[in-house]
Design a protein around this ligand. Sequence first.
Ligand code: ZN
Length: 468
Amino acid sequence: MPRDPLPPAEHGESFARRDFLKASAALAATFPASLRAATLPTSLGAATLAAPPQAATPLGQAPLVDGYRLNAILDVFRRYGGGDDGGTTRLAYSDEDIAARAYAASVMENAGLQVSVDIAGNLIGRRDGADPAALPIVIGSHMDTVPEGGSYDGMVGCAAAFEVALTLHHHEVELGHPLEVVVFQNEEGGKTGSRALVGRVEPFEFDVVTASGFMIRDGINRLGGDAARLDEAQREPGSMAGFLELHIEQGAVLEAAGTQIGIVEGIVGIRRWYITVLGAQNHAGTTPMPQRRDALVATADLIRAVSEVATTTEGRQVATVGRIEAVPGAPNVVPGEVRATLEIRDLEMDKIGQILSEIVARAREIESAREVTIEFEQFYESLAAPTAPAFRDMLERAATDLGYSTLRMPSGAGHDAQSMAELGPVGMIFVPSRDGISHSPREYTAPEDITRGANVLLHAVLALNAAG
Ligand SMILES: [Zn+2]
């Protein structure tokens, strides 16, 4: 698809800033000033605000983000990999990724942040707090996309984090804590940037070729990191006051419930197994039906059982048979063997174990009914990462104070917050995805939903700061 020509990476910053200012000014002119810098009383109190200068927020009120500026920022980033279909392809380590990060650095500078790139290639904007002993409050998300992806996944969280920093800067709100805005690298290709912060990147990963065609090792260096020294990127557990990430839901739960803000209870754990079903391979023309030990028919029973167990058990677990291969896979042969996969996700690892036990029990019944054997072999496990209960309450309070409806929910997809949970308490805010569609050009979240999410993020940062 045709895309706007990109500025050369080394000139990306000035080019991008010019564009951004033009786009922002054009948008801003459309709306009355009173709408752009609205304020709203909240229960956060005067403690969250520094002594206000002339034009700043009155005491007892907390600022709101500028929704028009926020959505303009989001729009302008579509220059970097955006297509005519509304989607974005901005693969980690690609030229588009590098140019977008250069532009992000200029946005962060406009927000009064000190911009740097860490050893892992994460882009970081930081402002100091009044209390030199206070730990940083960290906010952010990712800007890379899947191939033919959407323009909201990850980018909404980054734009909101930029907007929070811009709002604090323009309202001259001083925080006790330092604030760090982080744009993680290569989230879609394995959360490389956030996992590097917790020392979880395995040596073999350096040689993995990502969707952009660059190996992770080269990609880290392209972004200004240093792959050879990656272990220096690691941070100490307990080195942050907390991490907050805004993200699109990527599902249809909020939309179906008519709710504005999702309070994420955690990122689900995942276990995956290879399933091998062994029957007897035989001639499809000469083997009478009662004599068959058809591995594929047995697998059909098993797939149905997986769906039934996951559906009828109380809870929000999901179970999927996502791959199936019949051997020998010929039209005129009764399949003697089937290889399939099973995946189960839930917020509690115990629940995943319980669902598996029930599925295995059903498999034993199928074995005797169909005269086959069924084996399960686990090949993947990702532990659940619950968000901090105190942060759920804090986010819910912030949303409620702002007059937004909320719903507590698990995240079925992985996020950078999952890695950050090893460094300290994390919280996540979801905003609705239209039709629940994500990783597609049809991905969409309404501007007012994005603005609401960013306001919750801002007010949560202020609440976390006020909590000491
Ligand atoms: Zn994402």
